[in-house]
Design a protein around this ligand. Structure first.
Ligand code: ATP
Length: 321
């Protein structure tokens, strides 16, 4: 490997810049040339590619978002697009590529490896929904952002004796919701992966809580379950308790990455470059059972992940009754 390319793809996540920095600095330290590719696979196809040096990633480790920008690219889903991607790599001399993103981006990396470009994926998503790894870059920052926002909503809701329903991100996965349920001390958490209580059960519980003198009900809704506004409207209509929906949305994707995100980002970025230097390709870097490792992309994509039953149990045990 002589020249390593790096791109961020799919949804952005805090800590992506720390990964880019680690990739650039490790590659330079190993005597490789580094090319930054802007806007994911779409920038690869349009040749939006530039040489990076150590200074290109100065002052980036603490910044949210991605300095390389990110995109979703339909054309890259086609074989023609993938062939053109590989050709563009050749034009710029890129013989190894680090792809920072989620499962979709890894499928793209697998396709490029098929076209002869050595690729390594790094899990970057706030959703924690990548099966081969216990950690994905951005999750800790997103959970902390959501936790702080929910603490603030709780303050005002308690003062007014309101019920609040807060929808957190995660797409089809409920990890952010589960963690917020535990760390914010929610009365109820709705997750897409497991069976939840019915809306009627929830309304009965809210009424019981009111009888017990509880000043506030906090309900966390995972994006993948949804219906937050409708549920708030229904609770208020039936119980007469003022109920406010809050959809936290994209604020959870921004902000300066936490120490944990910067640390994993640095370790995984360096690991990806070292794998390329060892001649490996079509691998995903993972953090599993306390260790950094790597998996074949196809094996990684075939793995399944589920909400840890004990975490759901503890969340339930700690709900006030
Ligand atoms: P996140 O879940 O954080 O948004 P992601 O990587 O899963 O990240 P996607 O939108 O699924 O996000 O994928 C990003 C890009 O990867 C797509 O726009 C496309 O260019 C490429 N990609 C996705 N799936 C494939 C595929 N099957 N083959 C080739 N390329 C793909």
């Amino acid at each position: 490997i002589n020249t390593i390319g790096v791109l961020t793809s799919g949804g952005d996540a805090p800590g992506m810049n720390a990964v880019i920095r680690a990739v650039v600095r490790t590659a330079l330290a190993r005597g490789k040339k580094v090319m930054g590719i802007r806007k994911g696979y779409s920038g690869l196809l349009s040749g939006d590619i530039f040489e990076m040096d150590s200074r290109s990633v100065s002052d980036a480790i603490q910044r949210g978002g991605t300095i390389l920008q990110t995109a979703r690219c339909k054309e890259f889903m086609t074989e023609e697009g993938q062939k053109r991607g590989a050709e563009m790599c050749q034009v710029f001399g890129i013989d190894g590529l680090v792809v920072i993103g989620g499962d979709g981006s890894f499928k793209g990396a697998e396709r490029l490896a098929h076209q002869g470009i050595n690729t390594i994926g790094i899990p970057g998503t706030i959703d924690l929904d990548i099966a081969c790894t216990d950690y994905t870059i951005g999750f800790d920052t997103a959970v902390n952002t959501a936790m702080e926002a929910i603490d603030k909503i709780r303050d005002t809701s308690t003062s007014h004796e309101r019920c609040s329903i807060v929808e957190v991100m995660g797409r089809h996965a409920g990890y952010i919701a589960l963690w917020c349920g535990i760390v914010n001390g929610a009365e109820e958490v709705f997750l897409p992966e497991v069976e939840n209580i019915t809306q009627d059960d929830l309304i009965r519980r809210i009424l019981e809580n009111k009888k017990k003198g509880k000043k506030h009900n906090l309900i966390i809704m995972a994006e993948g379950v949804g219906g937050t506004n409708e549920l708030a409207e229904k609770i208020q209509r039936i119980t007469g308790i003022e109920t406010r929906p809050t959809i936290l949305g994209h604020l959870q994707r921004g902000g300066s990455p936490s120490a944990l995100d910067r640390y994993h980002a640095s370790m995984m970025g360096a690991a990806a470059v070292d794998l390329l230097c060892e001649g490996k390709s079509n691998r995903v870097v993972a953090f599993k059972n306390g260790e950094y490792m790597d998996f074949d992309i196809n094996e990684a994509l075939a793995m399944e992940k589920s909400i840890p039953p004990r975490a759901r149990e503890v969340e339930r045990l700690l709900e006030s009754r």
